[in-house]
Ligand binder design. Sequence first.
Ligand code: NAI
Ligand code: UGA
Length: 442
Amino acid sequence: MRIAVVGTGYVGLVTGACLAEFGMFVTCVDIDEKKIEMLNRGEIPIYEPGLDVVVEKNSKAGRLKFTTDIEEAVKNNLVIFIAVGTPPKDDGSADLTYVENVAKDIAKYMNGYKVIVNKSTVPVGTGQKVKKIIRDIVGDKYKFDVVSNPEFLREGAAVNDFMRPDRIVIGAESDEAVAIMKDIYSAHYLGEAPFVVTNIETAEMIKYASNAFLALKITFINEVANLCDLVGADVHKVAKAMGMDGRISPKFLHPGPGYGGSCFPKDTLALCNIAKEHGYQFKVVEAAIEVNEEQKLRMVDKIMGLLGVEKKEGVLEGKTISVLGLAFKPNTDDMRESPAIIIINELLKYGAKIKAFDPIAMENAKKIFGDKIEYCSDEYETVQDSDCLTIVTEWNQFRKLDMERIGGLMKEKNLADLRNIYEPAKMRKLGFNYTCVGRSKV
Ligand SMILES: NC(=O)C1=CN([C@@H]2O[C@H](COP(=O)(O)OP(=O)(O)OC[C@H]3O[C@@H](n4cnc5c(N)ncnc54)[C@H](O)[C@@H]3O)[C@@H](O)[C@H]2O)C=CC1
Ligand SMILES: O=C(O)[C@H]1O[C@H](OP(=O)(O)OP(=O)(O)OC[C@H]2O[C@@H](n3ccc(=O)[nH]c3=O)[C@H](O)[C@@H]2O)[C@H](O)[C@@H](O)[C@@H]1O
């Protein structure tokens, strides 16, 4: 099967590389010439564990190609995946400009039957919009199908998630399109992952409902954790016991500084916007968005609490705060909507000096913070002479620090463990003034 993937960002690159791994012939297209040049030199523009191996293997085998030539890609391939960005507009709704531009390109170069598969996360109704854009340009000259095939991969685990999905959702309007989609995925999964075949609108809704539900789950446990801090309960035990109930499940019950990333924040906003457009107020998701914003700021309150200061102008002047972890989660260099951005900017606002380190996201962090913060080369340099250590991202290497040495290097032994990676009692025994999320009084 010959496939084009238009948009070679996170999802497009993983989709293209994995489909090639399944034996398809894949052409990845992007308008970003620098990105395509990099990929053609064998360089991977994003940090994603395991992706380099799949890209290299399939490029060498001639099954994976990178180009900026959309005309060739449309003409030479039967199936065209759309995997461009759908960023939020100022009002929270999804910006469909990139999707619409690709639809116009596809229509312009269509030369026979095509299956146009939307992998981007798009508002309900977008599949029909894409269909109309193409129909308005090609008329009745060519037959084509539009399919919604949302993607559920997580950054940092993207290759495995794509290769072993919990389900494959196919929203389509013709048996021919469904058969082609099943053919693509069956080549590898051998029927292991269940297919959910439905109409386009339902498939589009499944993606938003899934992301919003996960965002709600995280927000719920964050609120439970906030309450645990007030009443002296241990959120780890609460989450563990809750998760033993099969109806709840232990996944996505880790409290922290609030969810971030390129998807939960934008997709929750977009879902509320879709609801609003249809005269409905999605109150529970609106509340999650608000609580999540507050959660990031609550982390700053915790740091101020450790330092024994009140939130007021200039209160952190003369204080050095070390931040370990800048990416929105471990195993990625992605800084999009990372809680670290809000937390650091807020600390800077109150006059703190920030020293920071992340194993992979430093270059992206520099684009955000510029020279407003000091960048360090490892954990120990970061904590040198600092008044407070704040752990924002739970990279594995931060779990194994020599905490005695860390304490010895710091000016004051204050530790804000925003991912709960250390045992409160152990840290107190080492002399740290310690806080975390939902275990602070344990
Ligand atoms: N990042 C993630 O983990 C996941 C993202 N998604 C969804 O997938 C979609 C894509 O997300 P990302 O891969 O993160 O975006 P991204 O921003 O990393 O990549 C988008 C790419 O599309 C390219 N592009 C834009 N217009 C184009 C055009 N007309 N022709 C060719 N290329 C074009 C851009 O240059 C860029 O390289 C979004 O809707 C997102 O919500 C879904 C699941 C997971
Ligand atoms: O649509 C998307 O783009 C993707 O969004 C998320 O994936 P991702 O954003 O890569 O990462 P997650 O592992 O879901 O983490 C998102 C945020 O939630 C936070 N989180 C996650 C889990 C948890 O228990 N607690 C918690 O605070 C993480 O630290 C991170 O900031 C979903 O998990 C994917 O299924 C989906 O495909």
